[in-house]
Design a binder for this molecule. Structure first.
Ligand code: BGC
Length: 452
């Protein structure tokens, strides 16, 4: 049925396949690399390149994606992401040498980077505002499922050393994304921005019950656009800059508080904490993934009720506290180091999942003026991927230089900075129109909005 709320849910679910792949490709490498390393006799530098190739692709995908999303539209960009996933998976699965494997992973990464922000953007633009938070966060929920599915598939295929299947399986959801999105309509906001009012009206009629409501909606968006009149050249206009700062800093804080050291290196951390056997460490890792999924699910129902800011504040406070406990667990030489480390790691992931995880992607799909939304969102995503890359690259070096206690304390200090930033500068967006959000941002930065 392509009507009303059901239709919106269906479109959100279809788009979320992109997030499933984002999560899967984040998680799959941890298991696959063990076998790839053996097959191609990689030294540690080459291993690092294979592991980080997806991140490099994602960086490029996020960087170039803004252009695509604004010029070609959200829907076509997501279809392109699906194609990249499928081609990248195929190349990686059949790669005769490590160079082609890296090429395949970079292509997949392009899809990951592109889908990471176009999926939330598309969902945000087709959703009624009262359930926008929940629907956009659905993408984050499905992302967390993607990570666990990757852990489980790694686990299931490990006995047969079948790393080719670990990468190749992405072709199935990749194709599903291409086909599914081909059946979905374009974002009505993007259509109106491009002057395609009739098409936008048709889409809105599928989302809203009556023609009158849809017509009123077209008018409302038209009005918003007329007020904005922002072009790409205005990206650095005084009243747009604060929004870019919020997107970029939230992107950085989401990563430099350390989430992906846990997602990528959980088995290593568990082994450092005394879970000696690899299977115990992997089992605990699946536990981390499960907590991530379960708490993100809880966040879905809270995000439109409590709002974005309270969840962010709760999330960062809890992450900081858990990191301090984790640092303490590593500094103590007692027998409870292992259990305490495991507990605080789970708590840390849970606190990330209740706020910072979903809210970052949600906010960057909400706060920018429509005419520069694709570009601005892609810049925030790019910053997020670049920070992700730096943290992944430096984690083991930091452990060597500062020890695990020092490293987790460093993430805690950055968490405190993030908390202060959120309390002072990040606006509430729940149920609010762009105009009100923009005004709030200007007030927080003590600037006056420019008369357009
Ligand atoms: C982050 C990813 C992270 C994931 C974990 C996302 O919001 O952007 O970097 O791997 O959450 O659930």
């Amino acid at each position: 049925m392509r009507e009303g709320k059901n239709f919106v849910y269906m479109a959100a679910l279809t788009t979320s396949i992109g997030s499933l792949l984002f999560g899967y490709d984040t998680g799959v490498i941890s298991g696959a690399i063990l076998f790839v390393k053996k097959q191609f006799l990689l030294d540690s530098a080459a291993e690092g390149i294979v592991v980080s190739s997806v991140l490099i692709g994602a960086l490029l995908g996020a960087a170039s994606g803004g252009l695509l999303a604004d010029k070609l539209g959200r829907r076509k960009s997501i279809i392109i992401a699906g194609m990249l996933f499928t081609i990248g998976a195929l190349v990686a699965a059949v790669a005769p040498d490590s160079a082609l494997l890296v090429a395949g992973r970079v292509i997949t990464g392009l899809g990951v980077g592109l889908a990471s922000f176009t999926s939330p953007l598309y969902i945000s633009e087709i959703s009624p505002s009262n359930i926008r938070g929940k629907l956009v966060s659905l993408a984050q929920f499905i992302l967390t499922i993607g990570i666990v599915v990757a852990y489980l598939i790694d686990f299931a295929l490990a006995p047969s050393s079948n790393w080719r299947a670990m990468f190749g399986l992405v072709m199935i959801p990749g194709l599903a994304l291409v086909i599914g999105m081909s059946l979905m309509p374009e974002s009505p906001r993007w259509l109106i921005d491009k002057g395609k009012y009739d098409q936008a009206l048709l889409v809105l009629q599928e989302i809203h019950e009556t023609k009158e409501q849809a017509l009123a909606h077209v008018d409302k968006i038209k009005k918003e656009l007329a007020e904005e009149k922002t072009g790409w050249h205005e990206l650095l206009a005084p009243d747009v800059k604060p929004m870019l700062v919020i997107g970029a800093l939230l992107a950085i804080f989401q990563q430099v508080t350390g989430i992906n050291t846990v997602i990528y290196y959980a088995p290593t951390i568990f082994q450092m904490a005394g879970f000696v056997s690899a299977s115990a460490a992997i089992f605990a890792t699946v536990g981390v993934g499960a907590v991530n999924v379960a708490v993100t699910f809880v966040a879905l129902s809270l995000i439109d009720k409590l709002g974005r800011r309270p969840l962010l504040i709760l999330s960062l406070s809890g992450m900081v506290a858990s990191l301090v406990v984790l640092a303490f667990a590593f500094s103590s030489r007692f027998s409870f180091t292992g259990p305490l480390a495991a507990f605080s790691l789970m708590a840390y992931v849970g606190f990330f999942a209740i706020g910072l995880g979903p809210v970052f992607w949600l906010l960057i799909s909400e706060i920018y003026p429509l005419s520069i939304r694709g570009l601005a969102t892609s810049m925030a995503a790019l910053t997020n991927w670049a920070s992700n890359f730096v943290v992944a690259l430096t984690f083991l070096l930091l452990i060597a230089a500062l020890g695990s206690t020092g490293t987790f304390l460093l993430y805690a200090v950055l968490g405190v900075a993030a908390l202060l930033f959120v309390m002072k500068y990040v606006p509430e967006t729940k149920d609010l129109s762009l105009e009100v959000i923009q005004q709030d941002i200007m007030n927080r930065f003590g600037a006056k909005p420019k008369k357009r």
